[in-house]
Ligand binder design. Structure first.
Ligand code: DX5
Ligand code: ZN
Length: 232
């Protein structure tokens, strides 16, 4: 764990809005709309790992210049070992790489910690938990995709609930202080089941940005999650 990690997030329900589907032409206003969030989720896509392109280190710097929130950068990019450190240097509090795209996740986690960032590891929906079992002790956050990565506004894949529960069991068995983040299709209808299964950090794009009042949506999501939190 690093100094950049808010300690409260380990045991509380944290809501991290994703700005992927925010109005990019009014980024500062869109960031202001979610100022009560616990963190900000910035998706980065390279058009190779996923069929979409978004963000980059300079975009992250622009976001940081316009928000007080700690940023978790979700890198949906190939060759994460090569590019992830740039996001730590740009100021992300947490840099999350996909295990499918990281050749040396142990070395990468060390490098991110050396640069002062927390390290996250992410799994596509079909990648089993066993792919990260041995690296969990080295990272600060496990991101479980609950949609196929690449786009906002998709439906939560219900079949991911047992996977979240299996991840939570593994984290408790190993006695780790690790946050479990879910990303994709998190709404007022799905967040309670994700919390019950064992997630404690919730990315919400459409559920926050499509709401008339984003601050109320954040509070509602946080309360629903907190009431069902199951940390094992
Ligand atoms: C999808 C991204 C998500 C996305 C979530 O690949 O990683 O962060 O923005 O959006 P919603 O909450 O609308 O599914
Ligand atoms: Zn994401």
């Amino acid at each position: 764990m690093t100094a950049t990690q808010p300690a409260a997030s380990l045991t509380a329900a944290a809501i991290h809005p994703s700005i992927l589907n925010a109005d990019q032409a009014h980024l500062a206003d869109e960031l202001h709309r979610i100022s009560s969030a616990d963190g900000l989720h910035v998706d980065i896509m390279d058009n190779h790992f996923v069929p979409n392109q978004f963000g980059g280190p300079s975009f992250l710097e622009t976001v940081l210049a316009n928000s007080e929130l700690p940023v978790d950068a979700h890198l949906m990019i190939e060759d994460a070992d090569r590019w992830a450190p740039d996001y730590a240097e740009a100021g992300a509090a947490i840099v999350t790489s996909h295990v499918e795209a990281a050749a040396a996740p142990f070395r990468l986690a060390k490098e991110l910690h050396r640069l002062g960032a927390a390290a996250g590891i992410a799994l596509r929906p079909t990648t089993p938990i066993s792919a990260v079992e041995h690296v969990l002790g080295e990272v600060d956050l496990l991101l479980l995709m609950t949609v196929e990565p690449g786009f906002g506004g998709q439906s939560f894949i219900e079949a991911m609930l047992p996977k979240i529960a299996a991840a939570r069991r593994l984290v408790s068995e190993q006695g780790l202080e690790l946050r479990i983040q879910v990303d994709g299709g998190v709404t007022a209808q799905t967040i309670e089941r994700a919390a019950e299964a064992g997630a404690n950090v919730f990315v919400a794009g459409s559920a926050v940005y499509k709401a008339d009042d984003a601050l109320t949506a954040i509070t509602d999501l946080r309360e629903r999650a907190a009431a069902h939190l199951h940390l094992g």
